[in-house]
Design a protein around this ligand. Structure first.
Ligand code: ATR
Length: 276
């Protein structure tokens, strides 16, 4: 029987996930389809029940449902539990709904694909302490990154993540700006740089080392002001596109058992987003 998958969110029209997964199904000759579902918060519980009854093999969950969906699932993966957020639901062989979070690991994979795996013992600066930042912090810890500092406008929010991780330290944005030369990997995870945002830089990159690797989790626009400034300083930059593609690829692997071609997908989306 044809398998089917979905992404639920509100809004959902902008999502690039259906095109990405359907392209992978076609390339790999998999008899499956992936559809966008507009689900408002008041419809979430019945939508989950509906997908369960109607036989979806799995689905992605996006804003604003990543945390709200948890009570309606049967099981949670350890990392999703820690993050308190789910972006992927898998129907297990026993017919249970199990929640995973592939965002953070997707980021780590994208970083390592771009720059190699030899940076785990280097000092990492995570900028931001919202939902996305939490996911990346826990995933980096799980993947063996041992020196993590979190900078945030509200330092107590960063401190909460540090306390939960049981390692690292929390600093202000000003301290981050002043001590930037101490860090080898810098990850921009605030709402800065978003096309809808009304500010562009959490702090200035005057003290950035040219040997540093600078990543942003935003992929639209591909080149955020933060990445542009980093590139001008001669640093290696990693856009948010790899994270998006790898979070989808990891979900795909949970559902179907194999890893799709991320390189050609990144190239295709880059062309669409105006990169070269
Ligand atoms: P997401 O789920 O995308 O991570 P979020 O949970 O709303 O979004 O988190 C937004 C992040 O951007 C937070 O780290 C926030 O800082 P605070 O914890 O101080 O709110 C950061 N942020 C938002 N607006 C900002 C601004 N004008 N300057 C600096 N940081 C900002």
């Amino acid at each position: 029987m044809k398998k089917w998958f979905a992404v639920m969110g509100d809004p959902i029209e902008h999502s690039k996930s259906p095109a990405m997964h359907n392209a992978w199904f076609e390339d790999m000759s998999i008899d499956a389809t992936y559809i966008p579902l507009h689900v408002t918060p008041d419809q979430l519980e019945s939508a989950v029940a509906g997908l369960k009854i109607l036989g979806a093999s799995g689905w992605n969950v996006t804003i604003p449902h990543k945390t709200a969906i948890i009570p309606y699932l049967d099981e949670l993966d350890e990392l999703a539990q820690k993050m308190g957020a789910v972006n992927t639901v898998v129907r297990t062989t026993e017919g249970k709904l199990k929640g995973y979070n592939t965002d953070g690991i997707g980021f780590v994979r994208s970083l390592e694909e771009a720059v190699g795996v030899s940076h785990k013992d280097k000092p990492v600066l995570l900028v931001g302490a919202g939902g996305a930042a939490r996911g990346i912090a826990f995933a980096m810890q799980q993947q063996g990154y041992g020196h993590v500092t979190i900078a945030n406008r509200t330092v107590t929010n960063a401190q909460m993540i540090i306390d939960e991780m049981g390692m690292g330290r929390a600093i202000s944005l000003q301290q981050a700006e002043e001590t930037l030369a101490d860090f080898s990997i810098i990850v921009q995870m605030t709402s800065a740089g978003l096309s809808t945002g009304n500010f562009s830089m959490p702090f200035l990159l005057d003290r950035l080392m040219k040997e540093a690797i600078v990543a942003d989790i935003v992929y639209n626009p591909l080149m955020t002001p933060f990445l542009q400034a980093a590139e001008e300083k001669g640093a290696t930059i990693v856009t948010g596109l790899g994270m998006f593609v790898h979070q989808g690829a990891i979900a795909f692997e949970h559902w179907l058992g194999n890893y799709p071609n991320t390189n050609s997908m990144i190239a295709q989306l880059k062309a669409q987003l105006g990169g070269n």
